[in-house]
Design a protein around this ligand. Structure first.
Ligand SMILES: [Zn+2]
Length: 366
């Protein structure tokens, strides 16, 4: 049995400007914090501990692995890893030494172990691994996990017009998108598969539990001005970019107030520093996705809302470590949009391009 375990997060990011992928995984260890970052040509591992971090580290070929023997570490466990280059993390223990093995899907060229830094009683060990990114080319999306969230459900119908309910349109769209992504070898989970209500915070929790690489919430908008039409996409911001965005976020967030809940979605077990760090990366990744979305839809002749990428404080986008976007497929309040939203041909067309955008978003840059 494990002792009381400290939850530690492993983080990875691809620091390229155009397309940032951000994934996270957990390692459970006692007395040690482990962070892992991936950029396009480097893997960085950071170990923090109050105890001394006497260690031996080396790389192995065929298959490529990074091995780290470290003293005074107990009870390391982990969830399924979900990295781009690190395919698996294994841990074993012999006497007083724990061995961590990082299986890689890319050859390692150079290893740098930086000196242990002692600061405020904590020890830090930094390991940099240069990888052979030139010879890396993977378009296998098997390990990419997408969580699709059909907005509303059950007692919360969302927008309604002519007896057409937003909750039904979002579920239809989510199911179509799931199928299309599975055909592209993504792993896909739906927050809901039927007409029932899920709290907003639990939709976020679900995505984090599944270690999602991308969270997409699907909605259909409604506004007083019947002429307002077009598709739009939202990423998280504490400050809404305009009044329409604020009104929409307020309305969508009310979804949880129906059930009388607070909107606190942050996992308290995750440290503040980590949240800050991952929030920044996650925010950038979400923005990258939204920009790609707008560019592709524009080019394919879709009718977009004026300033189609907006930002607002949607509760459902608040996972600190998963790029998250909310797509408003169109306006139920607009006749033309309503016809499209209920038309299977349009539903298929829109979900098809979204699946293509997701594919492009995750394509490695070479
Ligand atoms: Zn909605």
């Amino acid at each position: 049995m494990f002792n009381i375990l400290k939850i530690v997060k492993l983080i990875i990011f691809n620091s390229s400007i155009l397309l940032i992928m951000f994934l996270s995984n957990c390692l459970y260890a006692e007395n040690i914090d482990i962070f892992a970052y991936e950029s396009s040509n480097n893997i960085r591992l950071i170990f923090n501990s109050k105890n001394s971090l006497l260690s031996n580290v080396f790389i192995l070929k065929n298959p490529p692995r990074l091995v780290l023997d470290i003293k005074n570490v107990n009870n390391i466990s982990k969830n399924n890893s979900n990295f781009r280059y690190i395919t698996k993390i294994r841990a074993s223990k012999k006497n007083n030494t724990s061995r961590l093995v990082f299986d890689l899907n890319v050859a390692a060229i150079q290893l740098n172990k930086n000196n242990i830094i002692k600061k405020n009683g904590a020890n830090t060990l930094l390991i940099d691994l240069t990888i052979d990114s030139i010879n890396y080319n993977s378009t296998n999306f098997n390990n990419k996990i997408i969580v699709i969230d059909a907005g509303h459900g059950g007692a919360d119908p969302g927008a309604i017009r002519r007896n057409i309910k937003e909750k039904h349109l979002t579920l239809i769209a989510a199911k179509i998108l799931k199928k299309k992504l599975e055909n592209k070898n993504f792993t896909v989970f739906l927050t809901r598969k039927s007409d029932h209500y899920i709290r907003l915070r639990n939709r976020v929790k679900f995505a984090r539990k599944k270690s999602a690489d991308l969270f997409i919430s699907i909605h259909a908008d409604s506004t007083k001005n019947k002429r307002t039409s077009g598709t739009s996409i939202y990423s998280l911001s504490e400050k809404a970019s305009d009044k329409l965005s604020q009104a929409l976020a307020d309305r969508e967030n009310k979804s949880d107030l129906i059930a009388g809940l607070d909107l606190d979605v942050l996992d308290k077990a995750v440290s503040d520093i980590l949240i800050d760090l991952s929030r920044r990366e996650t925010k950038n990744s979400s923005i990258d996705f939204a920009e790609l979305f707008v560019e592709k839809l524009k080019r394919s002749g879709f009718n977009l809302l004026r300033r189609p990428h907006r930002q607002a404080g949607f509760a459902v986008l608040k996972a600190p470590d998963i790029p998250s976007v909310l797509i408003e497929m169109g306006f139920i309040s607009n006749n033309n949009d309503l016809n499209k939203l209920t038309n299977p041909e349009f539903q298929d067309k829109l979900m098809n391009i979204i699946a293509m955008i997701i594919e492009e978003y995750f394509k490695p840059i070479n």
